[in-house]
Design a protein around this ligand. Structure first.
Ligand code: GAL
Length: 408
C-alpha cells in the first residue's frame, strides 16, 4: 500500500470512528417518538402556577376531563419552582411555599395516576425569571432530576454568554454558538439515564437554526421566540414552521411552543387554527390554560381526537405548504392557506384562512402524496365526511379545517 493510500485508509477509519462517536452521543433512542402531549404552567400564570397545587390539580383534571385518555400525560412545571439560592451542597431547592412536601412527593403522586412530570431549567447562570440556572452544575442537577424521577426537562438559554462574554438575560447575537451548552446537559442526562431516562427539550428560541442539529441533542426544540398569547405570535411561529418541516421526525420534533387555547386571548376561529396548525405540524401539544376554569369550546378544541390522532401518527412527518395551480406563492411571515403532510394511512390537508375569509378548493390530484382517483375524507373539527376527487370549504377569517384523506 502506498503511503498516500495508507493515509486515505487511516482518514476513513478515523472518520467512521468519529461517526460512531457522534451516534453514541445522540440522546438514547425510544423516547419522543411522537410529539409530547401535556400541560405547562407558564401560559397559565407564569411564576404563580409553578406549584404543587397547580401540578396536582392539572393531573386530576387530566383524568376527570378525559384528557389523559386522549394522550395528554405530561404535567410540566416551568420557571420559578425553586428558591432563589441553591443549598449549602449546591443543590437546587424546591420553593417550600410552592412545594410543601418537595418535588419527589408530587412526582410520585402524579406517577401513581399513570401520568408524567416535567420541570424547567436553564443553561445559563440564572433562569429567565432569575432563579438558579445549571451553568457549572449540569451533572449535579441532572442527577437530582433523575433521583426525583422526573420525566421531562426543558432547558432554556437566558443568562448565557453573549458577545464580549457578558451574561445578559437575553442574547440574540448570531455569533454565539448555543450548541455546547445543550451538549453538556444532554451528556449529563445520558450519564444518569440508568437511574431515569429524561426527555430533553431544547429551548434556545431557534438560535443557530436549532432544527438543523437539534435531533442530535434532544427530543424537541423550540423554533422561535415565545408564543406571547397574541395572534401575531401564532402567525410568526406558524410561518416559521412552514419552512422547516423536513427537520422533524420521530425522536426529534420542531416545538412551536406552548398553546394559548383556553386563555381567553384568541377568538374561537383563531383557537381552531392555532391548535390545528400545531397538530398537523407535529408540534408538541402542550396546553397552557388553567384546566380548573377552561371554557367548553376551548376544551372541545383541545380534545379533538381526529387532530390528536394526526399529530400522534407513527410516521411523525409534519405537514407543510403546497401550492395548488393558480394559487399565489407563499409569503414570508404569513401562514399559507394550503398545507399537506403524509400520514401512515393517508394524507392530511390543512386549509387556513389566516390571510382572509373565502372558499378554499383543492383537487386531490394536486396534493403531494395523493393523485388521480377518488378518495374518502373526513374533516377533523366538523366531522364532515365525503368521497370524491376534490374538496371545497368556506372559511371565515382566521378559521381552519384539517381534512384527513384515507389512502389505505
Ligand atoms: C422563556 C421561555 C418561555 C418560558 C420563560 C420562563 O425564555 O421561552 O417558554 O419558559 O422563559 O421564564
Amino acid at each position: 500500500m502506498s503511503s498516500n493510500m495508507r493515509s486515505a485508509v487511516a482518514i476513513s477509519i478515523l472518520a467512521s470512528a468519529l461517526q460512531v462517536n457522534a451516534l453514541e452521543r445522540r440522546i438514547p433512542d425510544g423516547q419522543g417518538l411522537t410529539p409530547l402531549m401535556g400541560w405547562s404552567s407558564w401560559n397559565v400564570a407564569q411564576c404563580d402556577a409553578a406549584s404543587a397545587r397547580y401540578a396536582l390539580d392539572t393531573a386530576n383534571n387530566f383524568i376527570s376531563l378525559g384528557l389523559k385518555d386522549l394522550g395528554y400525560d405530561h404535567v410540566n412545571i416551568d420557571d420559578c419552582w425553586s428558591t432563589r439560592e441553591r443549598d449549602s451542597e449546591g443543590n437546587l431547592v424546591p420553593d417550600p411555599n410552592k412545594w410543601p412536601n418537595g418535588i419527589r412527593a408530587v412526582v410520585d403522586e402524579i406517577h401513581g395516576l399513570g401520568l408524567k412530570f416535567g420541570l424547567y431549567g436553564c443553561a445559563g447562570t440564572l433562569t429567565c425569571a432569575s432563579f438558579p440556572g445549571s451553568w457549572g452544575y449540569e451533572e449535579q442537577d441532572a442527577r437530582l432530576l433523575a433521583e426525583w424521577d422526573i420525566d421531562f426537562w426543558k432547558h432554556d438559554n437566558c443568562f448565557t454568554p453573549c458577545d464580549n462574554g457578558a451574561l445578559p438575560q437575553t442574547c440574540w447575537s448570531g455569533n454565539i454558538d448555543t450548541r455546547p451548552w445543550y451538549a453538556t446537559f444532554r451528556d449529563a442526562l445520558i450519564a444518569v439515564s440508568d437511574i431515569k431516562p429524561i426527555t430533553f427539550n431544547l429551548c434556545n428560541w431557534g438560535r443557530n437554526s436549532v432544527w438543523e442539529w437539534g435531533a442530535d441533542y434532544g427530543h424537541s426544540w423550540r423554533i422561535e421566540g415565545d408564543n406571547w398569547g397574541d395572534w401575531e405570535s401564532v402567525i410568526r411561529i406558524g410561518a416559521r414552521a412552514s419552512t422547516i418541516a423536513e427537520f422533524s421526525r420521530p425522536g426529534g420534533f420542531n416545538d412551536l411552543d406552548m398553546l394559548f387555547v383556553g386563555n381567553g386571548v384568541l377568538t374561537e376561529s383563531q383557537e381552531r387554527l392555532h391548535f390545528g396548525l400545531w397538530a398537523i405540524a407535529k408540534s408538541p401539544l402542550i396546553i397552557g390554560a388553567d384546566l380548573n376554569t377552561i371554557g367548553d369550546s376551548s376544551l372541545t378544541i383541545l380534545k379533538n381526537k381526529a387532530l390528536i390522532d394526526i399529530n400522534q401518527d407513527s410516521l411523525g412527518v409534519p405537514a407543510e405548504p403546497f401550492v395548488p395551480p393558480g394559487a399565489p406563492a407563499p409569503v414570508n411571515g404569513q401562514i399559507y392557506p394550503y398545507w399537506a403532510g403524509p400520514l401512515s394511512d393517508g394524507v392530511v390537508i390543512g386549509l387556513s384562512a389566516a390571510n382572509g375569509a373565502g372558499t378554499f378548493s383543492v383537487n386531490f390530484s394536486d396534493v403531494p402524496g395523493l393523485g388521480e382517483g377518488s378518495f374518502s375524507w373526513e374533516e377533523a373539527y366538523s366531522g364532515t365526511t365525503g368521497t370524491g376527487t376534490s374538496i371545497s370549504f368556506d372559511l371565515a377569517q382566521d378559521d381552519f379545517v384539517a381534512i384527513k384523506v384515507t389512502t389505505q
